[in-house]
Design a protein around this ligand. Sequence first.
Ligand code: P6P
Length: 340
Amino acid sequence: MKPTTLTRFLIEQQREPNSACPAELRLLIETVARACKVIAQAISKGALGDVLGSLGSENVQGEVQKKLDVIANDLLVDANEWGGHLAAMASEEMETIHRIPGRYPKGEYLLLYDPIDGSSNIDVDLSVGTIFSVFKAPEGASGREVTEADFLQKGSEQVAAGYAIYGPQTMLVLTIGTGVYEFTLDREVGAWRMTDGPLRIASGNPEVAINMARRSQWSPGIARYIDERVGCVDGPLAGQYNMRWTGSMVADVHRILKRGGVFLYPSDHTKPGKARLRLLYEANPMAMLIEQAGGAATDGRERILDVEAIGLHQRVGVVLGDPEEVAKVRELSLAMDVRE
Ligand code: P6P
């Protein structure tokens, strides 16, 4: 892999015939990446920067808002709304879409993001991340008022997806549909330097990521898969798997992209339609990255990227990672679960 930076990578992608990275998309990605550097700096200050703790408010999800949730959200709005590359934005932290103010030009892309994923980890110095997803706005949208319906596209229509992970290193992991590439922030010069890619998910890594405290919500198929994988019961899948659960999807997905394994946050089998993770700005972008790295991502059965979007903050069950493991979960679910 030749030494390169995010800017050089995007310019070279832009030069490709039938490029997956037109100039406006390159500008969008570089703008998001620049905002992530500012977010990384704010996080790294911790208590010294008065960015820890909660605001005493709740977001549209009914979750307690951390100071950094709002700081990061506003940083991404401020960085993106004036550049002329977006038709509108949407975020986990904003109830409705954010239209581009009339004083700025509108572009042809829609940006969705979770400004700080795993924010409950911030106050205890564990990894968190920013997740983003990019669609093209429907034809003609830039000439009219953009609506929430313009965002309700299938994940397979995404033109780019990625995340920043704020951990021991600060990294940006990105796909524009031509593979998955990892960039590490060189803080001395402020450059995103390519450090890995194209990423391919290793098969057969015996690691499973799931929150065991949610066992009462699992379907019989999910329970059986986990019980066999961790050796509670005998069966064709019996193995001595190890468990990893970070409470931050970005960190778990990053580990899977780098060394394989499987991540599960199943929907609640006892309450049809109830799930934890959000489709548009968590499951879809992660599913695009995972598939681009040779993995699979389903809601337990169906491909995440084929799920119909019916609401901005819609939730969905997620099983992603090693395609053989995702297939085994699907097989057990088809055999044992009554579909709600
Ligand atoms: P639980 C973080 O709030 C998040 O949305 C994901 O990043 C993470 O995988 C999951 O929720 C953690 O959920 O139920 O373990 O706290």
